[in-house]
Design a protein around this ligand. Structure first.
Ligand SMILES: NC(=O)c1ccc[n+]([C@@H]2O[C@H](COP(=O)([O-])OP(=O)(O)OC[C@H]3O[C@@H](n4cnc5c(N)ncnc54)[C@H](O)[C@@H]3O)[C@@H](O)[C@H]2O)c1
Length: 351
């Protein structure tokens, strides 16, 4: 029997994230890593060695787009996402773009419109929805086991040492954009997963932490959200605290709560009896995100498999360009709310 052709995927950006993506593309039996574009030869050599890959490399993304690829994965610094997505959409290539979608709301809108016009598939790189902890918690919500979820909170507390290479671009507003968007876009995406559409946004932010490389935007922010359902949400963001990486989720419903991997339900026997308040269901601690391994807690591989399935099996996209636009708009709204010390109506801002 003739074998079905594999989806040919090109990778733009062979840095830390790109190397994870390369391995995950190569592990998928329906996909092939058909080319890599990067301006940095050392990173390409590193990828070749890590992944044991020997395919064609390109110095610029346009040449990769002109080659026979069906889709591209974009893992370049944030300020490049817009032009690369627009070029890929114009070239009719399906797209998996790393977060953030782009560093301005106008660029996010342009990407959304170009993707719709070109009718290509688009997936944003918010992988955490596929973490088994959040899948399980989502199932509890869908089954009504938490009752009405009225408050959703998520934290991104990430100590990135000031002398890491990534600060060569991460601290610069013109390259990375808002650090809140870059880091806590994950949290905003996750609270949207549980709370649905966001209606209003407020925020306070600042820069507090000493480091060798300067941060031009913010290193700390507290953003508050009201969902269209009326429920409320909060995202806490800090890059640089003296603390190991923390990515937390807390859901509060009328019949139960989820605090990371611990679940309290009013149906757990004895919960209401004195002395049993701590009785809860404990899910595996390894499900709590740790930002390091691309395994169970950080399912980049699962998201790549989903991308391939979108193309091979026409599986509906779980986080498409409209969803990415909403998450991005909520992040931009938070920054604008902090700047103007006001509450932003998200629908108005997205128009
Ligand atoms: N989803 C996640 O959990 C996650 C985690 C980390 C990073 N990211 C995202 O992945 C992207 C890359 O981050 P990283 O940590 O890998 O950074 P990195 O600095 O390690 O890698 C970026 C790569 O892009 C290359 N590059 C720069 N300009 C280019 C151009 N014009 N054409 C082609 N390549 C170019 C660089 O040479 C480098 O190899 C960022 O957008 C970041 O936000 C996502």
């Amino acid at each position: 029997m003739k074998q079905k052709a594999r989806i040919r995927i090109g990778l733009i950006g062979a840095g830390w994230m790109g190397r994870h993506h390369a391995g995950n593309i190569m592990r998928n039996p329906d996909a092939e890593l058909a080319g890599v574009a990067d301006v940095n030869e050392v990173n390409i050599a590193h990828l070749r060695q890590d992944a044991g890959w020997d395919g064609p490399v390109y110095k610029d993304h346009q040449s990769l787009l002109e080659s026979a690829v069906d889709a591209v994965v974009i893992a370049s610094p944030n300020s490049h996402h817009a032009a690369m997505c627009l070029d890929a959409a114009h070239a009719g290539k399906h797209l998996y773009c790393e977060k953030p979608m782009a560093i301005t709301l106008e660029d996010c809108r342009r990407i959304r419109d170009a993707v719709r016009k070109a009718r290509v598939k688009y997936l944003i790189g918010y992988h955490r929805r596929l973490n088994p902890l959040y899948q399980y918690a989502h199932q509890l919500v869908r089954e009504g086991r938490l009752g009405d979820v009225f408050m959703v909170e998520s934290d991104y507390l990430h100590h990135i040492p000031g002398d890491w290479d990534i600060w060569s671009w991460l601290g610069k507003e013109g390259v990375a954009g808002s650090l809140f968007h870059a880091g806590s876009g994950h949290n905003v995406d996750l609270i949207r997963f549980f709370g649905g559409d966001i209606a209003e946004v407020s925020c306070m932010k600042g820069t507090f932490l000493p480091r060798k490389q300067q941060v031009e935007t913010e290193d700390t922010a507290l953003a508050m959200f009201r969902f269209a359902s009326g429920a409320v949400g909060k995202v806490q963001f800090c890059v640089g605290p003296i603390l190991p990486f923390q990515f937390n989720l807390r859901l509060y419903g009328t019949r139960g709560s989820v605090l990371n991997n611990r679940v309290w339900l009013d149906s757990i026997p004895k919960f209401a009896d004195p002395g049993h308040e701590r009785d809860c269901v404990e899910l595996p601690a390894s499900w709590v995100p740790d930002n390091v391994q691309g395994g169970i807690s950080e399912p980049w591989g699962k998201l790549m498999d989903h991308f391939v399935d979108m193309m091979v099996r026409e599986v509906p996209c779980l986080n498409d360009v409209d969803s990415a636009f909403q998450t991005s708009a909520a992040c931009f709204a938070a920054m604008e709310a902090a700047k103007r010390n006001t509450v932003i109506n998200l629908k108005e801002m997205m128009q």
